[in-house]
Design a protein. Structure first.
Length: 145
């Protein structure tokens, strides 16, 4: 004879199933799960980084279609353990760097932002002065020699 299950038994089984799926969602992979890599002698970052090229407008020029969504993406990347963001002055131009500063400043101690300078003038042919390490540091970046 087959056992008869009550509604309470079914409900409890469903709760256990939901609990397992909730726990699985809470244990999502993070950038740290990819391991780390050393940059130079004194910087260690997670191997999974964030490339900020696509938080700008179409074709990497101008403002993003949804600035709030771009901000949310940056915040979420850091929440998921990204501690290296790659950007360049040419993205926007300057849009990705400005968004990063607006959203993440003051920068967490373990966050490194790698930026390529003077790339805008090479890409566009415009005369845009290069920035020195001191200028980068005054903008909140740590200069890497």
């Amino acid at each position: 004879m087959q056992p008869i299950f009550s509604l309470i038994d079914c409900w409890q089984a469903e709760l256990r199933s939901n609990e397992r799926s909730t726990n699985a969602r809470d244990q999502r992979a993070t950038a740290a799960d990819a391991g780390t890599v050393d940059i130079g002698a004194d910087i260690t970052v997670n191997r999974l980084a964030f490339g900020a090229m696509r938080i700008t407008g179409r074709g990497i020029w101008g403002e993003p279609p949804d600035r709030n969504q771009a901000r949310a993406v940056l915040r979420r990347a850091v929440e998921l353990g990204v501690n290296l963001i790659d950007t360049a002055d040419a993205y926007g131009p300057k849009v990705s760097e400005e968004l990063i500063a607006q959203v993440l400043r003051p920068y967490p101690d373990d966050l490194d932002v790698a930026t390529k300078v003077d790339s805008y003038s090479r890409v566009s042919g415009n005369d845009w002065p290069s920035r020195s390490g001191g200028q980068l540091e005054s903008e909140g970046y740590r200069a890497i020699a």
